[in-house]
Design a binder for this molecule. Structure first.
Ligand code: NAP
Ligand code: MN
Length: 259
């Protein structure tokens, strides 16, 4: 079993990484940052987003597990005081592999077709002023959006930015993407649906703009200056998490937002 650790970079996370390595060596686990079987993220949900993008090219073969140093995370279920147990489980137990949907964005830039994946969401904003964009669903006109931006999220990302803008929380066993508005202008001239929409697998949404846009892919910013249209849909690839014990989604929602 080859592992790689991605930590948040603060003192506490780095100390936990060191401890993980020390324990792992005792079990004969091999450290491999190029082709790991398992990636251990130590920090918060933001750290898992970084780990995902670092190992995105290995999406088919790698699984992720998260240790949180702060509050319980959506992607991180192990507490720091359980680190030794986690190392032992990785060495000795067979995890359940749980797969979550990703969202894909495709566009043409510089004569090339580019494909990007996000774990939480893509957020589309204008690079200059209000975002004006035409939304088409499955090739048919849907609405003309005018406002601050659009959040196109995965089910597991539905508790992040999407939730802040009034989107629904969606269980990650549903293969879908959600499109939520950020401060749309609605008056006699401009009209959008107003509520967020959920697209199933095999549906797609094209967003057409005439001006430069900022496309946020999770925490990463892509500045798109020559892109006329971006297509969003549920990705074929998924992210795999290694579960050594149950981690029910609705418990996480409750623990994060209610109790
Ligand atoms: P950040 O600004 O440090 O984190 C934003 C917060 O979102 C952190 O508390 C983070 O948890 C939490 N978070 C991340 N993924 C989540 C998920 N799937 N469910 C619930 N909470 C989640 O930036 P970051 O840590 O690099 O995270 C990037 C994410 O921030 C973006 O993907 C976007 O979802 C979110 N964001 C939210 C808003 C907003 O709500 N207005 C605006 C911009 C971006 P940790 O503290 O555990 O890292
Ligand atoms: Mn963060």
């Amino acid at each position: 079993m080859r592992f790689s650790i991605w930590d948040k970079g603060d003192e506490e996370s780095r100390a936990l990484s060191a401890r993980f390595r020390e324990q792992a060596a005792r079990y004969g686990l091999e450290s491999d940052d190029e082709k790991p079987d398992i990636v251990v993220s130590i920090g918060g949900d933001g750290t898992m987003l970084q780990a995902f993008h670092r190992f995105r090219h290995l999406a088919q073969s790698v699984s992720f597990v998260g240790v949180h140093t702060g509050r319980l995370g959506f992607y991180a279920d192990w507490r720091k005081d359980e680190l030794d147990d986690l190392v032992r489980m990785i060495a000795e137990a067979q995890p359940k592999i749980v797969q979550y949907p990703l969202v894909q964005a495709e566009y043409e830039s510089g004569g090339e077709r580019l494909v990007q994946l996000a774990l939480n969401e893509f957020t589309l904003k204008s690079a200059e002023g209000t975002l004006v964009a035409e939304l088409r669903i499955n090739g048919e006109p849907f609405e003309m959006f005018r406002g601050d931006g659009l959040v196109i999220s995965t089910p597991s990302g539905s508790t992040a930015y999407n939730k802040s803008v009034g989107g629904a929380v969606i269980h990650p066993s549903l293969e879908a993407i959600q499109i939520a508005e950020i401060a749309s202008i609605n008056n006699r001239v401009y009209r959008t649906l107003g509520s967020s929409i959920v697209l199933p697998k095999h549906h797609y949404c094209d967003v057409k703009t005439e001006k430069p846009v900022d496309l946020w892919m999770d925490h990463l910013l892509l500045k798109l200056h020559d892109v006329q249209s971006i297509r969003f849909h549920v990705a074929k690839e998924k992210i795999s998490f290694a579960r050594y014990r149950p981690f029910p989604f609705w418990n996480r929602v409750r623990e994060s937002f209610i109790i």
